[in-house]
Design a protein. Structure first.
Lengths: 178, 152, 373
């Protein structure tokens, strides 16, 4: 997609304005190109959004062409964790442990309404965490219940843009005051 | 088998039960101490042969609990509802029917977890959904949780 | 942690291990604590609750049309059928008669949903056994059904198309044409599934004789659906307590007596053929009429208790409603098929290897949010 077709992203414009070191910029560009085009996710799907994630990996909306070639079963070998589905009180410590076991640089995509804010289970439920960002810091939010596979692809492209703004000189925190 | 004939057979098994015939299924209400005996008779008798327990649940009416067992027969294809009223709300106890229908094991663990009703002679009675240190029984009508539940 | 859950003392050379909530082949968040001796499984204890969302408590504060949107998210691969269960309970309780057109369309959508669910099961089963090609074949064909759903119902996976009283909207004018095209296409593709997996000697070695469940055990544990019919337990609710338009169609109930993983596999493949037969009998004869009956704006069920059974893709699903006359239910309980199917896994998997446990779990076709509600 062309740069000007991404229309809804003040955070990324803010990151771009803060700029980077001129000396490291070619090295940065090379490393970021490598990282953003080969993000390998962890197999983590708790409920309905997991089916749309599988459909995004199948042959119609193939996301291997974006570099998401394989799913890694072990968190030590994965780059991104796509939290697809509701997170409950009992599952939250497990998710935190998985996130801690991943190696830097790591990213988080919150897929679906349940992962963003508790979704349809926000009111009157005693066991649902109202949003996965109470547990781990999130980079990209993808709304929908469940989001279409094309929406997941758009979210992954936003993440690729965000990775390209990283720099190895000064490590940026993923969220400003977490 | 029609409801009237079934009612006569059940009345002849245990005499002091209440039977209602005008609901969706035939409803049999027994005392709490007669539950296991009634269950065994319903399953083993060759005229009724209720060998398939398809739903076991509990309902919280504010001053008592009601255990509800839905039974089906694979031989005659008739259905029945067995109910029992547990009056003691502080310490509710009832006999487990796992010896009659082993599929009740998971259902009874769920009722113990969410309502707090204990079952005698259950093979493995422990919580199934919630953490071991969860305080309270969520499906009771007087359960409130001002921190986690956003009311609407 | 795992040692506290395993029963009894561990003998020499035995150890207990977690097959944790995050695992590529447990199909969701199911944690199983295994007691192993070498590679042989001595005991399996499933631990549930990692996706327990408290839906039964939530229904006590929602009106009946709002509950439809929650039942979608229970067994999301049979979303139509579960919605229909709640709608039928409400309609039978207030004694309203839905038009014939609605019954025919509901049955056709149910059977399409059943085929889609079995296609996804076939992908996942092949993947569990290591055959990655089946993933792509199954999902390619499933996309065609999801296109049909999207055109008429508006969504791909979680359609809330059934409402109490009828349907939310009428079907699209292209519906009949697209369904007939799909059936012609799928009749040619389903033998490919057989050619790929069924006759494969590795697959037969891994599934014949594995995970035995006799008919008496299936009845005692309450294992229903294709898993129960693979043991000879005749439990199809569409035959014994027909609802919607099932009394008007002619189809067989598939039963295989062997009780092993291969029998459960064959039951599901044959059910896909039967579903296509049902759709063919109904698709040309949809009667004209309204797409919904006249309902009041606020639905209040009369005082009493109501139970409705339907045949979901994985077994018998039941809705039990206790109503006290208000617009929200006093107590609503869902009898979930996967919950009862899971209770038999210790019996089936003890004494087998870990790889067999994965094959058994794949053939029972678990969907975990349905267990945990």
């Amino acid at each position: 997609m062309k740069e000007e077709d991404f229309k809804d992203n003040e955070t990324l414009e803010l990151f771009k304005k803060e700029g980077g070191n001129v000396l490291l910029s070619t090295v940065d560009a090379l490393i970021n190109w490598g990282r953003s085009n080969s993000i390998w996710p962890l197999t983590f799907a708790t409920s309905c959004c997991g089916i749309e994630m599988m459909a995004a990996g199948a042959s119609r909306h193939d996301f291997a062409r974006f570099g998401i070639e394989v799913y890694r079963a072990s968190p030590r070998q994965a780059d991104v964790i796509v939290v697809a589905g509701t997170i409950t009180n009992k599952m939250a410590p497990v998710l935190k442990r998985l996130y801690d076991q991943m190696a830097d640089p790591k990213y988080v995509i919150a897929m679906g309404a349940c992962a963003i804010s508790g979704g349809p289970f926000f009111y009157n439920s005693y066991h649902v965490i109202k949003g996965v960002d109470h547990v781990i810091p999130v980079d990209v939010y993808i709304p929908g219940c469940p989001p279409r596979p094309e929406a997941l692809l758009y979210g992954v492209m936003q993440l690729q843009r965000k990775i390209k703004l990283d720099t190895i000189g000064k490590k940026k925190a993923p969220a400003v005051d977490f | 088998m029609e409801k009237e004939k079934l009612k006569d057979i059940i009345q002849s098994m245990i005499s002091d039960v209440e039977i209602l015939t005008d609901k969706q299924f035939l409803e049999v209400t027994v005392r709490t101490d007669q539950v296991l005996k009634m269950a065994e008779l319903l399953k083993n008798s060759s005229e009724t042969s209720f060998d398939y327990l398809f739903c076991e649940s509990a309902v919280d009416f504010n001053d008592h609990f009601m255990m509800v067992y839905h039974l089906d027969s694979t031989k005659f294809r008739h259905q029945i509802v067995l109910k029992t009223k547990i009056a003691d709300r502080e310490n509710p106890v009832v006999d487990s029917v796992c010896a009659v229908w082993i599929g009740a094991e998971y259902h009874e663990r769920e009722i113990f977890d969410l309502f707090g009703i204990r079952f005698n002679n259950h093979p493995d009675l422990r919580k199934i959904f919630l953490d071991n240190d969860w305080v309270g029984f969520p499906l009771r009508k007087d359960y409130t949780d001002p921190i986690n539940i956003v009311e609407r | 942690m795992a040692e506290e859950i395993i029963s009894g003392q561990l003998e020499e050379q035995e150890f207990s291990i977690n097959m944790g909530p995050q695992h590529p082949s447990t199909h969701g968040v199911l944690r199983m604590v295994l007691k192993l001796k070498g590679e042989t499984v001595k005991e399996v204890k499933p631990q549930l609750g990692y996706i327990h969302r408290g839906i039964e408590k939530m229904t006590e504060k929602l009106t009946y049309p709002q509950i439809i949107h929650l039942t979608d998210r229970l067994d999301y691969l049979s979303a139509h059928i579960l919605n229909e269960a709640v709608c039928l309970t409400v309609e039978n309780a207030i004694e309203v008669e839905v038009p014939e057109r609605v019954k025919y369309i509901r049955t056709i959508m149910d059977e399409l949903n059943r085929i889609a669910s079995h296609q996804l099961w076939w992908c996942a089963f092949g993947m569990d056994l290591g055959a990655l090609t089946s993933f792509f074949y199954g999902l390619r064909d499933r996309e065609k059904i999801l296109d049909i759903f999207e055109e008429s119902c508006g969504a791909r996976l979680l359609v809330s198309y059934n409402v109490p009283g009828g349907l939310m909207n009428d079907i699209h004018p292209n519906f009949q044409k697209r369904v007939k095209e799909f059936i012609t296409y799928f009749r040619k593709k389903l033998p490919e599934y057989d050619a790929l997996l069924t006759g494969n000697p590795i697959m037969q070695e891994r599934t014949k004789g594995v995970g035995m469940l006799t008919k008496e055990q299936a009845i005692a544990y309450g294992v229903t659906g294709p898993s129960g019919r693979g043991s000879g337990f005749s439990c199809d609710v569409r035959k014994h307590q027909p609802y919607s338009a099932y009394s008007k169609v002619d189809f067989k109930e598939i039963l295989y007596p062997e009780g092993d993983t291969f029998a459960r596999y064959k039951v599901r493949i044959d059910e896909m053929w039967e579903s296509m037969k049902i759709i063919e009998q109904l698709i040309d004869n949809i009667p004209e009429g309204d797409y919904t009956a006249k309902m009041k704006a606020v639905i209040k069920l009369p005082v009493g208790e109501y139970y409705q059974r339907v045949e979901a893709a994985r077994g018998e699903f039941g809705v039990y409603v206790v109503s006290d006359g208000n617009k929200t239910p006093y107590r609503m309980k869902f009898r979930s098929p996967n919950f009862s199917n899971l209770s038999a896994i210790n019996l089936m998997a003890s004494g087998q290897k870990i790889a067999d446990l994965v094959a058994i779990g794949g053939s029972m076709d678990f969907v975990i949010p349905d267990m945990d509600r």
